[in-house]
Design a protein. Sequence first.
Length: 298
Amino acid sequence: MTSFHGVWPALLTPLTADDEIDILALHRLLDYVLGAGVHGIYVCGSTGEGVLLSVEERMHLAEATVSHVAGHVPVMVHVGAVSTRDAVALSHHARQIGASAVSSVPPFYYSVKPSGLMAHYRHISQAAQLPVYLYNLPNATGTNITARVMLELLALGYVQGLKYTSYNLLEMREIIEVCGDRLNIFSGPDEILLPCLVMGVQGGIGTTYNCLPHLFVELYDAWRNGDIARAQELQFVVDRVVLTLSSYSVIPAVKVAMRFLGLSCGGPRLPLHPLADEEEAQLRADLERAGFFDYARA
């Protein structure tokens, strides 16, 4: 079984003023996070506005990412979509371009029976022929991946991992206990990375890893080295930053924060709406109070 670990930015998708994917800005962003020593890249996820991009755009973004990373770290491509057909096309493409793994949220918008959930992931697995990571995001999808469901999905063969974006750490621990070393698990919420590491995850995939990759790598290393006091100190910085960003529309706010660091990623894609000028000014002041600029390195 493939076993990934460490700090994986859920990569932003840089957009031009014309709302097209900005490949040059993508390369700069990748160089920034890779230079911080991250352990992998997660592309086309929620942070990357993946479900707001067309299938063709997602393929273009995934291919550009895999090509630029050039094997230095693994790249996991999120292929989740409303239709299984689109998810299958994205999965097949991920295999063709040399991605290391694929990830997918459960079917969303429509209420899907367990048999439909299983069929969805079976088709993704067959198309990708790569390690498949479920993306448990119950607040957005309406589907919660339990230990029982996870066991059934592991039987598909290619399913090997889980990105767990929920605050129910007892339920997360139950999944780990039941699935054991058959499952490679990452935490999703940036603000509880350290508690999730303590509870048994192998790493984290997160949004603010884009702008604070050095901090998250240091936090992870401190945890691995047994320096819990330092890991806790860094986690508290993350929490202050996350609380600050959460008082705005998060993805637009993170893109503004990247611009503050000299790494413009453009604006968000509608229906996500950019911050107003006065909001940007307030965000800068709020981030300064949170200690963001003390830990960010551009």
